[in-house]
Design a protein around this ligand. Structure first.
Ligand code: SF4
Ligand code: SF4
Length: 338
């Protein structure tokens, strides 16, 4: 390990098992909600917020983070997510509403967790974060997914403009060259990054834990060549949005199986993580961190909607802010105080 990596590895919350990240969603562009989500979870104590690599999204996130910094003096890392290929985290759903029968009971609308589907207007692309729940819900098969992918040529310029603290690369088995190309492209920006997170799991790829470990070892070698410090994000059940104990168990089980064979660097749980996750761990078992995505957004969705109905942000509504902060703390405090 290089001196630079040793320095970066030491002295971080990542080393003591209390690291908590908020995932706002790699294709979530709901700017008012992103600003509030980042503010609430930053005030609650997360160490990092992870948002789409998009200027408008990053500006919204910064708005929330700066508001919190000016009041509470805390400032989590700002991480942006990119992908080295096709990935369900980087998609949106779409359909042509003019093709819908007028008497359709609209199962798509009922199933969307963020109310992105409007009865007559189709899917609000800013609100859709690509969870995929609506895709199989249409009896006429009208709903399609659309990839939302950044070209590697644009990466360096984008990262220079965004200047994030960290970047997450979503990868998949068999994409070794694509990962290296993506990494090299973003490093052209010469923005110093505290971590390069690598997100991958076994579900949806049809691979064993051993194969996943081999893929991560390759990413490790690649990061070392470029003198970058890793953070391994184990995507237990990607985009599940599941708040039950079953999904929580899958994320923990992946971590338990991979930790003896994983490359060096912090291992952080994600994908299916929720309030049950902590109960799946024994007192002596301790992943280096956790990321909450769907559950965090779902938890605050009703209060964010109420704020929108009042035509204000949560930051401008003291009662709403206090309620949201209490909810966020209930989710993350068991991790911060481990
Ligand atoms: S259900 Fe998911 S994929 Fe479909 S519109 Fe809503 S957020 Fe988008
Ligand atoms: S379920 Fe299909 S047909 Fe019905 S409103 Fe949704 S997209 Fe249209």
């Amino acid at each position: 390990m290089s001196l630079k990596q040793q320095a970066v590895f030491s002295g971080l919350d990542l080393s003591n098992g209390t690291w908590v990240k908020l995932i706002c969603g790699a294709s979530n562009e709901d700017l008012p909600s992103i600003a509030d989500l980042c503010a609430v979870f930053a005030a609650a104590g997360v160490h990092c917020v992870d948002v789409a690599a998009d200027i408008a999204v990053v500006n919204a996130a910064r708005q929330g983070l700066e508001w919190v910094q000016s009041r509470f003096g805390v400032r989590p890392w700002l991480m942006v997510s990119i992908s080295d290929g096709k990935d369900i985290h980087f998609r949106k759903a779409w359909f042509d509403p003019t093709l819908c029968p007028v008497n359709c009971p609209r199962p798509c609308q009922k199933i969307c967790p963020v109310d992105a589907i409007n009865s007559r207007a189709g899917i609000n692309q800013s609100l859709c974060y690509g969870c995929g729940r609506c895709l199989p819900s249409c009896p006429l098969g009208l709903i399609n997914e659309q990839e939302k992918h950044l070209k590697t040529n644009d990466l360096a310029h984008l990262i220079s403009e965004i200047r994030p603290d960290a970047v997450e690369i979503h990868t998949a088995p068999g994409r070794r060259e694509a990962f290296e190309t993506t990494l090299e492209s973003l490093l052209i920006s010469q923005i110093p990054l505290k971590r390069i997170a690598v997100s991958c799991g076994t579900e949806g790829h049809g691979i064993t834990t051993e194969t996943l470990a081999k893929e991560l070892w390759h990413r490790h070698a690649c990061l070392r060549r470029h003198d970058q410090a890793p953070l391994w994000q184990l995507d237990g059940r990607p985009m599940s949005g599941d708040v039950g104990a079953g999904a929580a168990k899958i994320a923990v089980s992946l971590w338990e199986k991979i930790r003896p064979i994983a490359p060096p660097g912090p291992l952080q749980l994600a994908g299916g993580t929720n309030a049950h996750t902590i109960n799946q761990l024994t007192p002596n078992s301790r992943p280096d961190g956790i990321a909450f995505g769907g559950i965090a957004r779902q938890l605050l969705h009703p209060i964010l909607l109420k704020a929108q109905e009042r035509h204000c942000s949560l930051r401008e509504w003291p009662e709403g802010w206090e309620f949201a902060l209490t909810q966020a703390k209930q989710l993350i405090n068991p991790w911060l105080s481990r």
